[in-house]
Design a protein. Sequence first.
Length: 670
Amino acid sequence: MPVRIVSVAAHSGAGKTTLTEALLHRSGAIPRLGRVEDGTTTSDHTDAEKAHGFSITTGVVRLVHAGTEITVLDTPGYADFVREIRGAVRAADAALMVVSAVSGVEVGTERVWATADRFGMPRLVAINKMDRERADFFTVLADIRASLKGSSAALYVPVGEGADFTDVVDVLTGVTASGQPAPDAMRTVLREARDTLVDAIVETDDDLMNRYLEGEEISGDELRAALIRAVHAGTLYPVLPVSAATGVGLDALLALLVDGLRSARERGPVTGVDGQTREPRPDAPFSARVWRMSIDPFVGKIAYVRVWSGTLRAGDIIRNTTRGSDLKPAHLYVMNGRDLTEVPELSAGMIGVLTKLGDLHTGDTLADTAQPIEYDPLWLPDPAHTVALHPVTRQDEDKIGAAIARLIEEDPTLQFSREPQTGEQLLSGMGDMHTTIAIEKLAALGVNVTSTAPLVPYRETIHASSEAQGKHKKQSGGHGQYGDCRVRIEPGQGYSFRSAVVGGAIPGKYIPSIEKGVQDAMQRGTLAGFPLQDIHVTVLDGSYHDVDSSDIAFRTAGSLALKNALEGARPGLLEPVMLLKVRAPAQFTGDLIGDLQTRRARVQGMEPEGTVITVTAVVPQAELQSYSADLRSLTGDRGAFSVKPHGYQDVPEHIAKKVIEERKVALANA
């Protein structure tokens, strides 16, 4: 039986999971239609998905239509779960993009479209929710053509909209999905849609283009064949209206999934990082990529693999070429919703599941041991949102490391670290929803934590040069302690230490001890006890004692000298700043800029791209603590952002005063 693999992707709320469920029901794969609101859909089967009412993981479901098996990868809509989205796009041979007939193209759609474009992924576009009030197929179609790169054209148009949406019409034949001629009132709409579609088709075929320009009539069969070739090649993206809720348009969509999706064989050879290729045939050397990992409390570690070439049989020894280790899967499975079905083999073009294998991670390549190959890893963005975790009990503290490691093994877009300055345990993810779900997963693993915004790792610096002496003299019977040095400190980029001592006033062997003392003192500045940075230190002079001088004495003297010099060096407070990139519909530009100004941001630039704008700004870290949720509210969940460290800057005086006061209280209560 022919096999097709399609990833279903959309901005959150476009109805892709409902559409996936409707396709399963329409094809006879499931007897009863589940509902997202009730937590009864086939693809959203985890406890977290049922509780929250949206996709968190990629659901793998299968259906059969017209003698073709279609594996559907139902991806999350939230950008926070980018690992799931990108893994599914890379594992599929084509993508079904779902766009709301009410909301139109949104940032999540654009983001996934760009990912599919990067890998030359063929796409079909379903404009869903045509039964809703304010649904507007042709406005959204124009939005798609203006906002999403490439050639898009309607293959079907709706009969009615909103409550009057009752059927779809094939643009090439003028016949509805129910087999009736299109209503007379649609003649003009159909003629315009057909002209646009024919223009788009002939532009993908030089021979048809020449005949078309010469005025030759091109048959409907020729146009249909050229359309399918263009769709398979990813040079034309057909659009059709559907309603997952009422079922209108589903038959047309199922037919298009069968004819319009390319097979693994049609995708062509797959190329490894060293230029090797593998033909997508069952008799080729085996190769596959792990595109998703999950950990089941009963089954254990589950690796989802896309088989690119060859055939894997239970008990075969294969090589993890990414890690350099050999594996021997004893059992092979295919998945449908939450159900695992054991199979004797996995062959090219299949999505399979391996269980209970230790050294496997998202993005790993698996291959024949005799003919190994390695594919490029799954590129994933850096985290954008961070929270501080506080274990509730000592037992939770003891178990948190192992539990977090388990989450990261499943989802490498999570990061866990300890901030050395504040001592906090930090969990970073793609957004606030991502970290919230991760904390819920920790609770399910028996680790309870609370979360707060992380403490800001402020620093201190100096704004003027200063000199001071540090003298440590102590006599308590027998050998005493004696160290004496004079230092000059100056503001500057980074840290440096040098000696300008002449005439042996301080023996050279004690200079390193003075530097250690300086570095000790730099750990706690005089303003609020934050570490010092951007300071240049020069040892000018000093004295020593033949008997009482020692490394520890000069280390203490160095520390005292720096502390004394700070008093005349105009110390100031520094705060970390981040380079922020925000991408959102251009209609929100004013709101974005206004909001950034309240966050003390310095806008670096604005780059318009179609209906979307990217704003780049440098923003204090302290002002971004709640940005993930705030941006969602500001843009109606249509914005996305990324951040990365961008150095430190001076804190305004009125803010510095408040920070210093709060810090002194915290130190007093510590």
